[in-house]
Each structure stands twice: as C-alpha cells, then as structure tokens.
Design a protein around this ligand. Structure first.
Ligand SMILES: Cc1ncc(COP(=O)(O)O)c(C=O)c1O
Length: 306
C-alpha cells in the first residue's frame, strides 16, 4: 500500500515524509497510548474538501479527553486548520487523513499525566479500504469469535489506538478464514459493529442499527442516517441478534475508510439476493455524491481546503 506523501505535519511543522520518525521508546508504541481519527478529503466541483472535518476533530479531542489527556496540544480550530494545511501542502485532492495524538515520552508508569501528548497528521492516497470491487459486488463476513468491547473495559466512544488490538484479532481471524470482514457481537451477544465500520440491517422496508452505547459513534453512520431519512426510510435503533442478520433483506456497513458497502454473505448464508440490495444501493449512491460535494443539501458537510 503506497502511503507515501511529501510531508507529515508534526507539532506545527511540515516534516518531509522520510524524516517523520519517532524514537523506539515512545510510550504510544508500547502501550497503544494514543488516540486517532480517520478522515477523508474528496475532490469536489469547488476543489478538494474534507468531509465532516469539524465532527472528526471534535471526536479526536473527545477521544483525548476520554483517554485522560488533560492538555490537548491544539484547539479544535487549530487542528482543523492543520489538517487542511497538510492536505494542501501534499497537493492531494482525494486522500485519507490520519491525525494522531500520542503519548510522546513519559508514561512508563502507565499514567497519562507522566507524559505529554503530541499531535501528528499524515495524508495519503487511499482507495476503498475493503477493495475496489466491494462497492459493486458486496463483501463476505462472518461473526467473529472475538467479542467487541465491554464499555467498562475499553472506552467505546474513543478511537484509542490500544482499542484496535481487538479489531486486529477479529479481522486477522476473519481474513485467514477467507472472509473480507468480521462482524463483532457485544458482551451481551447482540450485534455491535465491524472492526472499523458500523452496521445497518434492512428488513421489510425498515432500517435497523444498534444503539451507540456499545459502539463507536460513527460519523458515516450519522451521514447515512440523515441520507436514509431524507430518502423517506424509517430508522430504528434497537438490539440486533445474529439470526436477524441471516434473515435480513439487506445488510450494509459504513465507515470513513470503507464508505458504504453491502454484505452479500454472512456465515456462509446468502443475505437477500446475495448482492448489494436496492436500499443499500440508493443510500450508497447518494453518499458517494454527497462526499464529492454534488448534493446541495449536504454541501455543508464539505470543508474546502482552499
Ligand atoms: C470500530 C469502528 N466503528 C465504526 C467506525 C466508523 O466510523 P466513521 O464513520 O466515523 O469513520 C470506525 C472507523 O472509524 C471504527 O473504527
């Protein structure tokens, strides 16, 4: 995967890509003591724009607050500006954006206060995370043997780097078994989310998604919710059982990296017609227009890089 770019923003400076390195003893590397965001910028008719930048940076700062960082390196406005500066400096129109606030020194006694947080921002050209064919064909998933976070074990509203060990366990297992993605159940046994996406079920014309208590408050989930409602669908937040997935008319997942992708098969059971269903397709099409600034009512979601 080509993740190269010209510059990585580190503590206020545009550092050349090859020089953007950290010491082996950075505590974030050893303990996952960092919080991050996954954002995308898209080429729109008015130039490159970051999709829902404010919401992503608010969540980044919320993640830092949840983890216990007391002194954020920058304010909301400063981080938003730094993100746009980084996209512009790299001359990329469509790109993935990865800000990370990490414990940079200190912290070997496992306390946040013993270290200091630093911010870095990388951008790179990244196609669909689940593969270019996923949008056309849908993907195959299984129910992971690993349980998603209990909300008092890992903080489910925060993108804490250490949280993603759980995603690594699940996704590695599913891919080794020949699936594209893992669906994870919450500690009560209800459907939670995938390793990096929220999940929706379509049945009898209604759309159902798990409540946000045990899962990440996905920003794509929110965009999809708005789009689906504007298309006239009723959306319910309620517990979903494993077998409700099997008998769904459609199941789809969404996230910044994956965008909006239908599931063709779960646990070797065909979902609906075994391809991206009509409701998913409608929502997916509007989403793809919206992220590229082509839907008037959602233009406010696009923050132009300038
Ligand atoms: C565990 C998890 N759930 C859901 C999502 C989707 O969130 P978003 O739509 O904000 O990218 C992500 C990706 O950030 C994630 O890591």
């Amino acid at each position: 995967m080509g993740m190269e770019s010209k510059f990585i923003w580190m503590n206020g400076e545009m550092v050349p890509f090859e020089k953007a390195t950290l010491h082996f003893l950075t505590p974030a590397l050893h303990y996952g003591a960092a919080v991050f965001e996954g954002i995308r910028a898209y080429d729109t008719p008015k130039g490159s724009a970051v999709f829902r930048l404010k919401e992503h940076i608010e969540r980044l700062l919320d993640s830092a607050h949840i983890f216990g960082f007391r002194d954020n390196p920058l304010t909301l406005e400063q981080v938003m500006t730094a993100v746009k500066d980084t996209v512009r400096a790299n001359g990329l129109k469509d790109c993935y954006i990865r800000p990370l606030i990490y414990l940079d020194g200190g912290g070997w006694n496992l306390t946040v206060d013993a270290g200091k947080p630093s911010l870095a921002i990388a951008v790179w050209d990244w196609g669909n995370y689940l593969g270019e064919e996923a949008r056309a064909k849908g993907i195959r998933a299984n129910i992971s043997s690993f349980t998603r976070h209990h909300p008092n074990v890992m903080m489910t509203k925060a993108k804490i780097s250490g949280n993603y060990a759980n995603s690594f366990l699940a996704k590695t297992e599913s891919v080794r078994l020949g699936f594209d993605e893992a669906i994870m159940l919450d500690p009560q046994g209800f459907v939670a989310e995938c390793t990096g996406e929220n999940l929706f079920v379509v049945r009898h014309g209604k759309i159902i998604t798990p409540s946000t208590a045990p899962v990440l408050e996905g920003i794509t989930r929110h965009s999809i919710h708005t789009i689906a409602q504007d298309l006239g669908y009723r959306i319910l937040e309620q517990p979903i059982s494993r077998d409700q997935l099997y008998i769904a008319d459609e199941v789809f997942v969404c996230g910044t990296a994956a965008e909006c992708i239908g599931l063709s098969e779960i646990d070797f059971r065909k979902i609906g017609e075994g391809k991206t269903g009509p409701v998913t397709r409608k929502i997916q099409d509007v989403y793809h227009e919206a992220i590229r600034g082509k839907v008037k009512k959602y233009e406010g979601w696009c923050d132009h890089v300038g």
